[in-house]
Design a protein around this ligand. Structure first.
Ligand code: F6R
Length: 632
């Protein structure tokens, strides 16, 4: 089944694609071929479909094939995997609505061929209706092809951990993590339904062919477990291993925890590039819990790395080399140290000062990922511009907007100036009882301004001059909603124009490798395209791009090209800076343990990185912010 020895641990055929778009183009071509083949035979095709961000690109490509290449869906019948229980079809987050907006409204599939579980079925009738759903699939001849995404809990459909291999279509309770992941779509976790109706694992396994899609690093761990681990109830996607025609299609980020990618030396002879050697040695240090300089030949031998020693050993030499490499990533001068020998420094000494642009997808990202470094860049005399790519207004709770609107109303005290605030206040009042209803453009504007104010407060505290801020409010965000963002030429032009104006020597950015439909990744794609449009310019040739990460996913030691240590005081300031983003704090006091708040997560991530360096045997710092050089 597997095509190379490096895939020997993989129990499900897994294809790694250059990008989600590339994978979806390939799959859409296959689907189109199946539809056409059946149409030529006068037969129907039965597709099992998923919702969520994962399949959106596939649906866009199918729509394109319909519009541009005449693909007809008249002979297609579809069954969707699941639906939230308690939502009407009209609800903005219902899967029925999602499927119509993302696919059905744009193709020529007869409405009668569409099947989505009904979320409004009264509890007492659920069982019978689920049974009927299964019967209908059977009567249609079974699912020819089932498309799946995968949740971070390992769910397929809404088969959460604990779902058995034989489970059928039924009502389920959603996992806490699944509800948290949906919180943004529903504008708050409290609004996320607790139950859903889903096809069972057994129902899915009855499909003739199954293709599971996964994009972005957040899916990497669960993909690796499903593909390489034992089939277990605690990870329902692992039951796909038993199917005779199943395939995973993933992008590079989602493949990053597979053994062949993460630890290729464990599944065959590796080509020991300097990068792989560094990855292997830092990993080995973690495995045997010893600093790099204390690794012994036998440690290498016992961990499948004997050939690395043969090529580049003995351990003593290799240890010193890797130790020095990691040591050289550490710098207190993120913009380069003026007049210093920069042979082994991550950033060049001149020019000094540098023109530095820090891109923040949503206000606060820049502080979460690199608040301490940002302060340093300013203190060290660089000309820093912080560019807020989106307004972030979708993440502002109504309660905050009400306070702001009331303030303006009271301040205007009945004068004409009060009119816009009154409109927002009325719109918010009309929304009451339905927090999921969309905001008016005025409300979104007010919410965006609120975040602007917070961003400015954070910049002030971080010591960044007011003139350094730029708010782009990119249109893809203003006109979009979660999971459905799509950048266009206007976004790219705005960023390209700004780059042309600023001509930076150094750029800091984030979002690479994230879920491609998330705000961070969309912003990164906009930046990538904007940079590409300047590929031939002199400033671009002299500009280095550094990637930072927000606390949800830190860099591994081997990925780091620049590590900026923070003192206890600098870390304390960073925490305070993040704290300025008041609208982003939890709306309810957290109960239990765990890092609920963004500033807590930012602090923990920076401390963890320092611990990682400490464990490798490097100097012991309070905290570290880390960066990877991007050569794209
Ligand atoms: C949706 C579904 C779910 C999703 C999964 C991943 O119909 O069945 O299993 O596929 O939750 O969601 P996204 O794609 O949003 O990451």
């Amino acid at each position: 089944m597997n095509t190379s020895e490096t895939q020997q641990r993989e129990r499900i055929r897994t294809e790694i694609h250059a990008s989600a778009d590339a994978a979806c183009r390939g799959l859409a071509t296959e689907v189109a071929a199946l539809i056409r083949e059946r149409a030529a035979q006068g037969r129907m095709v039965v597709l099992g479909l998923a919702t969520g961000s994962t399949p959106v690109r596939l649906y866009r490509e199918l729509i394109r094939l319909h519009r541009e290449e005449g693909l007809s869906f008249k002979n297609v019948v579809t069954f969707n995997l699941d639906e939230y229980h308690g939502l009407t079809r009209e609800h903005p987050e219902s899967y029925w609505r999602f499927m119509h907006e993302q696919l059905f409204d744009h193709i020529d599939m007869p409405a009668g061929n569409i099947n989505v579980p009904d979320g409004t079925v009264p509890r007492a009738e659920v069982f019978a209706r689920c049974f009927a759903y299964e019967e209908k699939i059977r009567a249609a001849g079974g699912l020819d092809l089932q498309i799946l995404g995968i949740g971070r809990t390992g769910h397929i459909g809404f088969n959460e951990p604990g779902s058995g291999r034989d489970s059928r279509t039924r009502l389920v309770t959603l996992d806490a993590l699944t509800r948290r992941d949906a919180a943004r779509d529903f504008l708050g976790e409290a609004n996320v339904p607790r139950h859903a109706i889903t096809m069972g694992v057994g129902t899915i396994l009855d499909a003739h062919q199954i293709v599971l899609l996964a994009w972005g690093e957040a899916k990497a761990r669960v993909v690796a477990q499903a593909v390489e681990g034992d089939p277990v109830d605690s990870l329902p996607a692992s039951f796909l291993q038993g199917h005779r025609d199943v395939r995973f299609m993933v992008d590079a980020a989602a493949s990053s925890e597979l053994t062949r990618v993460k630890h290729p030396w464990l599944v065959g002879p590796a080509e020991w590039t300097p990068a792989l050697a560094r990855r292997a040695v830092t990993w080995l240090s973690g495995e045997v819990k010893r600093p790099v300089l204390k690794l012994l030949d036998e440690h290498y031998g016992e961990h499948g790395m004997a050939d690395l020693l043969t090529e580049q050993g003995p351990a003593y030499n290799l240890n010193i080399r890797i130790f020095n490499e990691v040591q050289h990533t550490i710098t207190g001068w993120p913009g380069g140290k003026p007049n210093a020998d920069d042979t082994y420094r991550p950033e060049r000494a001149s020019p000094h000062p540098k023109r530095v642009v820090v891109f923040s997808p949503e206000p606060s990202d820049e502080m979460l990922g690199m608040g301490g470094t940002l302060s340093r860049l300013v203190e060290q005399g660089h000309i820093v511009t912080v560019v807020y790519l989106t307004s972030g207004n979708l993440a502002v709770p109504d309660e905050e907007a009400v306070i702001a609107a009331d303030l303006v109303l009271d301040f205007a005290n009945g004068s004409a100036d009060a009119a816009p605030a009154k409109k927002v206040r009325d719109a918010l009042a009309a929304k009451q009882g339905d927090p999921r209803a969309s905001d008016t453009p005025d409300t979104r504007r007010l919410k965006g301004l609120l975040r602007r104010g917070e961003a400015r407060a954070a910049l002030r505290l971080a010591g960044v001059p007011a003139a350094a801020e730029r708010f782009l409010d990119l249109p893809f965000y203003e006109n979009g909603r979660y999971r459905q963002f799509r950048a266009g030429p206007a976004d790219i032009t705005a960023v390209a124009a700004l780059l042309d104006e600023l001509k930076p020597h150094q750029i800091f950015a984030t979002g690479e490798g994230q879920d491609p439909s998330g705000i961070g990744a969309v912003c990164f794609e906009v930046l990538r395209a904007a940079l590409a449009s300047h590929a031939a310019t002199a400033w671009r040739a002299d500009c280095r791009v550094w990637l930072y990460r927000t606390p949800d996913k830190s860099w591994a030691a081997h990925e780091i090209d620049m590590a900026v240590p923070l003192s206890p005081a600098q870390l304390a300031r960073k925490v305070q800076v993040v704290y300025q983003h008041k609208s982003q704090r939890s709306q309810t006091p957290a109960s239990g343990s765990g890092l609920h708040e963004a500033w807590q997560q930012a602090e923990a991530a920076a401390r963890d990185l320092a611990d990682t360096y400490d464990a490798l045997g490097l100097a012991e710092y309070e905290a570290i912010e880390a960066f990877c050089r991007w050569n794209g």
